[in-house]
Write a protein that binds this ligand. Structure first.
Ligand SMILES: [Zn+2]
Length: 95
């Protein structure tokens, strides 16, 4: 799967960065760190750690570039990469 990253995790956990995620049903778009399992509304702030579920993302998937553009955060994307489905624990069990 193709994932888009928006810089470093604000917690400073040293993971590979902030994933941009969305719900399978569509929006909303949010940030997620797979290493400390924190989710954020935009913009991400360290003290603000939430869960994807509490942000309305019940079944997470990577956000697409068009979704990222319509959320107005395309300029925040620092890296796009392809990862295996089993590399991101949030997406485990995804149909
Ligand atoms: Zn983190």
């Amino acid at each position: 799967m193709l994932i888009h990253l928006a810089g470093e995790c604000p917690v400073g956990c040293g993971g590979f960065g902030l994933l941009v995620i969305a719900d399978v049903s569509g929006s909303p778009v949010a940030y997620y760190c797979d290493d400390c399992t924190c989710a954020w509304r935009l913009p991400a702030a360290a003290g603000d750690c939430s869960t994807p579920q509490s942000l309305g993302i019940l079944t997470a998937r990577p956000a697409s570039m068009p979704e990222i553009r319509s959320a107005g955060i395309a300029t925040r994307i620092t890296r796009s990469m392809t990862v295996g489905d089993d590399e991101i624990s949030l997406f485990h069990g995804r149909a």
